[in-house]
Design a protein. Sequence first.
Length: 299
Amino acid sequence: MSARRALLMLTLGLAASVLGLCPSAVRVRRPSLAYSPHVAAQRLLVMGRAERRMAKKRSKKVAGARSAAPASRGDVLPRTEVLARLAEVPVFGLKSGTEFLTAQDSCSCFYLDAREAERMCLKMGSNVRVEGLALSEIYFDPKTRLKAADSALSQLQSVPAGARLEPNIKVPLFCIDGLQTTDKSTGISYLPLFNSKAELLEFAVPVYGEEAAKRMVLATDLSVVVNNMINGPAGLLRNARFFADAKSLKWMDDEIARKKSSMFPDAPGSSDMIPPNLRGGNAGAPGGVFGGIQSLFPR
């Protein structure tokens, strides 16, 4: 089997018997991590564009490919569900008055790293401020551009080409074969896709050891994952969840607290007083800030 084909047949169940591990030395409380050997026969298809084209050509040569096509097209997630997943990730734009700033291409730039947005804001003048909102609110808007965190792009350089599931990665997501998260409130297991390789390794190192964990990291692009979810094949991405950078989540917590304090200084404690754009990404998302964030990260 060629190395390229082997890459396309990565599975979420390598031979291991580690169950229910939950590293304690992490900055943000995350769901428990576990191997799932029972999914060993299933394939994780987080394919890039080039891989998709090659797979399509091969499928035409296989008897019965036509009859299998409808099932593949049906392996998708509802758009509302994808929006609910995206609502768990905060992004940060530069706003003047009631409008987000636009560049010469008439597009507004949104940062995945709040600190980068703040640094840019300082260069723009006192009438510009940083405003956070859910990724679901801007992802499908053609007049917006998403800026990956510089730290994530730097971390991507340490992932070898053979471990990149998409050759042209613009907004990196990092994962490790076999790891799953379990939402303690529901008992449902998810495939975690991290914006930060460093935070992924905070979980993985106690499980595998430092050297082994670093070798197991895979990288793909956010657009590839979202496209697979919506257009298929979703595969095991059906149970994927996005894990935002912990510092960006904290920025949003601090911003919500600041707005509550400044707008209603004598009436603290009511979530109804939080501005609607800070309550969550969309009406279809679960309750809490950024959809399911609170259930995933209990305090």
